[in-house]
Design a protein around this ligand. Structure first.
Ligand code: SF4
Ligand code: SF4
Length: 442
C-alpha cells in the first residue's frame, strides 16, 4: 500500500466529520472490505453530499497491523467518544466503484433510498475523494443550471397558456415542490423533459422511489394519480419538441408507476407528435415487461428505449423487481424488439459493487450485450440500503471491481456506450464513441 493512500473519515455524534491521522480509507464490495485502487479514486464531484452512517462504525485499513479494523470510538483527551462512518452521495454522471466500509451489524434503522459511496480524505490533493468513475460528460444537469428565481414566472405563464391540462399542473408541482430537474426543463423549454403517465406498475421493486410499503422507508415522491390523455400529453410535448434546445421528451422518468401499462395512450400520443414534428427525440423508459407494447411503441415512432434492470440474471432480477404477471424473458424480448426495430436501445443498469461485478454477473452481462447488440448501458447507482440489498441478493465476497467490469465491456464491445443520461437522436452515435470512456479529467 502506498503512503499517500487517502485517510479514513469518521463523524462524531453531532455529525462533524474528521479525517483519521493514521488509519486509511477502505471501501466495500458486497460485504467484504477492500482497499480502493488509485485508478478509482477521484475528487468528490461538485454537487455531491456527505452523509453519516448512523450507529455504524467505520472500517479502515491499519497499515501497522496490515489488516482491516473496525473503529468504534476515538480518544479525545481522556474521554473516548463513539464514532460513525461517513458516506458520499455523488452528483449524477458518476458510477461508484465501492460501497462505504462500515460495520453494518450496528445498523439500527433501514437507510433511506440514496446511493452510498466510499469516501476518504486525500492529504496530498487536499480534497475528499470517492471510489468512482465518470460515465457521462453531459453537464446540463448541474444544479447551477436550475435557479428557481427564474422558474416561478415561467410556471405561472405556462399554466395560464394551457388551463385545465392536468399533466401540466402535475409537472408544475414536480418542478416547484419536488424540485425535479427534469420537470424544470419542461418550463425552461430545454433539454430532457418528463411525461409521467402511469399511476400503476406491475413490478414491486425493493427500492422503488415512487412506492414503498409503509413499514419500510418512506418513498421519495408520490406517484402521479391519473392517466393523462393523448391531448394533454401532446399539448405540452409538442412545443417542447419543436422549440427546445437538445429536445427530448421522456416517458417513465421517475415518480410514477411504469408507463408500459399505458402503452396505448402513449403510442397514440407519440404517433401524433411524430406527425406534428420531425424535430426532437421521444424516449421511453420502462421495465420492458410487455413485449407487445414495445412493438406497438416502435411502430408509433418512438426513437429510443431504456429498460431498467438490476441484474441480467433472472433470479436476482426477480428478487429485486418482484414481477407481477410477467417474466424476465419478457424483458429480454422487449430489448430485442426495440433493437431489431432499429431503435436506440439502452439499459438502465442499477448497479451496486459486489453484485454487479460478481463474476457470474459479469459473464451474464457480456453474453447479454453480445446477444442483443445493445447500444448503451446507463450505469445508475442503485439507491438503497447497501446492507439490505446485499442480503436480499445473497451477495457474498468481492466482485472483480466495477472499474474492471467497465474496462472488460469496453474491450469486448468497443461501440457499446456508457452513460447516465438519455441522448438526443443526433448524439446516439457520436464521433469517437469507441474511446468515450474513461472521460478525461475525471
Ligand atoms: S419498475 Fe419502476 S415504478 Fe415499478 S416498482 Fe420498479 S422502480 Fe417502481
Ligand atoms: S420524475 Fe417525478 S417529480 Fe419528476 S416529473 Fe416525473 S413524476 Fe414529477
Amino acid at each position: 500500500m502506498k503512503n499517500n493512500q487517502p485517510k479514513m473519515l469518521y463523524a462524531d455524534a453531532k455529525g462533524n466529520i474528521f479525517d483519521h491521522p493514521d488509519l486509511f480509507m477502505a471501501g466495500m464490495s458486497a460485504n467484504e472490505a477492500v482497499l480502493p485502487e488509485d485508478i478509482e479514486l477521484i475528487p468528490l464531484p461538485e454537487g455531491s453530499k456527505l452523509f453519516t452512517m448512523p450507529a455504524m462504525a467505520p472500517i479502515a485499513w491499519d497499515n501497522r497491523k496490515k489488516m482491516f479494523i473496525t473503529l468504534d470510538a476515538v480518544r479525545e483527551g481522556r474521554r473516548s467518544q463513539r464514532i460513525q462512518a461517513v458516506a458520499a452521495f455523488m452528483a449524477p454522471g458518476y458510477v461508484r466503484t465501492l460501497l462505504p466500509a462500515c460495520d453494518y451489524a450496528g445498523k439500527t434503522t433501514h437507510l433511506p433510498l440514496w446511493s452510498y459511496t466510499a469516501v476518504g480524505w486525500d492529504e496530498e490533493r487536499d480534497c475528499f475523494v470517492v471510489a468512482a468513475t465518470r460515465v457521462d460528460a453531459n453537464s446540463n444537469w448541474d444544479p447551477c443550471n436550475y435557479d428557481d428565481r427564474t422558474l416561478d414566472p415561467l410556471v405561472t405563464k405556462r399554466l395560464q397558456e394551457m388551463p385545465g391540462n392536468r399533466l401540466l399542473e402535475q409537472l408544475s408541482r414536480c418542478a416547484l415542490d419536488y424540485h425535479c430537474f427534469a420537470a424544470k426543463n419542461l418550463f425552461y423549454r430545454r433539454w430532457e423533459a418528463p411525461l409521467p403517465t402511469s399511476p400503476v406498475c406491475n413490478s414491486a421493486c425493493l427500492g422503488c422511489i415512487s412506492l414503498q410499503p409503509s413499514e419500510c422507508c418512506p418513498s421519495n415522491h408520490e406517484r402521479i394519480s391519473f392517466v393523462p390523455t393523448p391531448e394533454e400529453i401532446c399539448e405540452i410535448a409538442q412545443p417542447h419538441l419543436e422549440q427546445a434546445e437538445q429536445a427530448i421528451v421522456s416517458y417513465g422518468q421517475g415518480c410514477e408507476g411504469d408507463p408500459i401499462l399505458q402503452g396505448d395512450t402513449i403510442a397514440e400520443a407519440t404517433r401524433r407528435l411524430k406527425r406534428a414534428t420531425s424535430r426532437g427525440t421521444v424516449n421511453f423508459n420502462s421495465n420492458g415487461s410487455l413485449p407487445d407494447r414495445i412493438q406497438l411503441l416502435c411502430d408509433s415512432g418512438m426513437d429510443s428505449f431504456r429498460f431498467s434492470m438490476n441484474s441480467v440474471r433472472e433470479e436476482l432480477y426477480n428478487r429485486y423487481y418482484r414481477p407481477k404477471g410477467y417474466s424476465f424473458g419478457d424483458v429480454l424480448r422487449s430489448v430485442q424488439i426495440a433493437k431489431d426495430a432499429g431503435r436506440f436501445t439502452m439499459i438502465n443498469y442499477l448497479v451496486s459493487p459486489g453484485v454487479s461485478d460478481a463474476p457470474e454477473e459479469v459473464e451474464a452481462l457480456l453474453r447479454f450485450v453480445a446477444d442483443t447488440g445493445l447500444d448503451m448501458i446507463q450505469m445508475r447507482n442503485l439507491s438503497i440500503d447497501p446492507d439490505y440489498y446485499n442480503r436480499e441478493m445473497g451477495a457474498r465476497g468481492k466482485g472483480i471491481g466495477m472499474y474492471q467490469l467497465l474496462q472488460r465491456l469496453k474491450k469486448e464491445f468497443p461501440r457499446l456506450q456508457f452513460g447516465y443520461y438519455n441522448r438526443t437522436r443526433e448524439n446516439f452515435f457520436p464521433p469517437g464513441l469507441e474511446t468515450g470512456w474513461p472521460i478525461s479529467g475525471s
